[in-house]
Ligand binder design. Structure first.
Ligand code: UDP
Ligand code: MG
Length: 321
């Protein structure tokens, strides 16, 4: 199993507590199985000792390559930076906190070879040590995304996956700035195969995905993968107009034929006004979300800015055995 050169992409944000352990577990697995590999750590503007630890590792081990971003851009841009800068025939995207077991990598590569596929995506069998809140939100998140999205997105997958050169090149040609990586990788097509694993607990430290980041993530994945919210807005509009027409008819009818039953309540008026006010705000809001995304895309600001690169040199792939 040493035909391919492999880039392991590891986004890191404030991971000083786990990064050495991650390095050791990855190195053990990679040394035992592959001859040409790089551990491409993307430092996503960490404010702790992550970068100095990485540099220390890089000075001892030439397999350690570092891309350091100029500030915290977020998980998805960090992974994009990795995909853009990796040089292996295959790339593996993995979290720094050891929730994705490095030991699965050889199995993924075997799967890749056996199936002749282009993507091997890891599907969680179980979520250990995650709060009920995280599990429930994740489950609903995928349900809703899948209902709304025009591209089917595999349920219970993170970004832990193997992608080959074809997919890497296709991905790098995508010009959108706000990338929802697992969705886009599914979108590019090719042959994609699942592999099942048990998700472990975070090795140390705490989640770098607070609710605010989760919401931002959900927003991107919705807006960039679906026009259904817009259609929903027009459906709500049509629905409201129909209700309004019915009510008008009822009012006219009572005025002329049942004057003694003429509406007198102000509460119904209030409800109707609030209902239409609400739907209008909602639809304007949905429009605004899309407008905001268009605004962001049109500015064409880069997705991330690289501050420095350490050790990065292209991997040579081995001649076929
Ligand atoms: N991460 C990152 N930038 C961020 C947030 C997270 O590079 O702004 C990295 C983080 O270091 C980890 C991965 O993304 O390697 C997943 O983050 P985390 O484990 O905190 O998320 P969770 O597993 O709780 O969803
Ligand atoms: Mg994690």
């Amino acid at each position: 199993m040493n035909v391919h050169s492999i880039s392991v992409i590891i986004p890191c944000f404030n991971e000083q507590q786990v990064i050495r352990e991650t390095y050791m577990r990855l190195t053990r697995v990679m040394q035992a199985n592959f001859s040409a590999y790089e551990l491409l750590f993307v430092n996503d503007g960490s404010r702790d000792y992550t970068l100095s630890i990485l540099k220390e590792l890089a000075s001892q081990d030439e397999h350690v390559h570092i891309i350091s971003l100029s500030r915290n851009f977020g998980h998805q841009p960090a992974v994009s930076a990795g995909i853009e800068n990796c040089t292996g025939d295959l790339a593996i995207i993995i979290d720094a906190d050891l929730q994705d077991p490095p030991e699965l990598i050889p199995d993924m590569v075997r799967m890749y070879e056996a199936e002749g596929c282009n993507v091997v995506y890891a599907v969680r069998k179980q979520r250990q040590g995650e709060t009920v809140f995280k599990r429930v939100t994740a489950k609903w998140f995928y349900r809703i995304i899948n209902y709304l999205s025009e591209v089917p997105l595999p349920v219970d997958t993170g970004d832990f996956r193997l992608i080959d050169r074809k997919v890497i090149d296709a991905f790098n040609r995508l010009e959108e700035r706000n990338k929802y990586i697992r969705g886009l990788i599914s979108w590019v097509g090719f042959k994609q195969v699942p592999i099942y694993y048990e998700r472990a607990e975070r090795f140390a430290g705490e989640t770098k995905y607070p609710l605010s980041k989760m919401l931002k993530f959900a927003r991107t994945s919705l807006l960039y993968f679906s026009n259904k919210p817009l259609r929903l807005a027009s459906s709500i509009g049509i629905f409201s107009v129909i209700i309004a027409l019915c009510l008008t008819m009822w009012v006219l009818y009572t005025t002329f034929f049942l004057p003694d039953r003429l509406v007198q309540g102000w509460s119904s008026t209030l409800i109707v006004v609030m209902f239409f006010g609400g739907t209008q705000m909602l639809t304007v809001g949905i429009l605004g979300e899309y407008l905001g995304s268009i605004f962001n895309e049109i500015k064409k600001r880069p997705e991330f800015i690289v501050d420095e690169k350490v050790n990065t040199k292209p991997l040579k792939s081995n001649p076929p055995a």
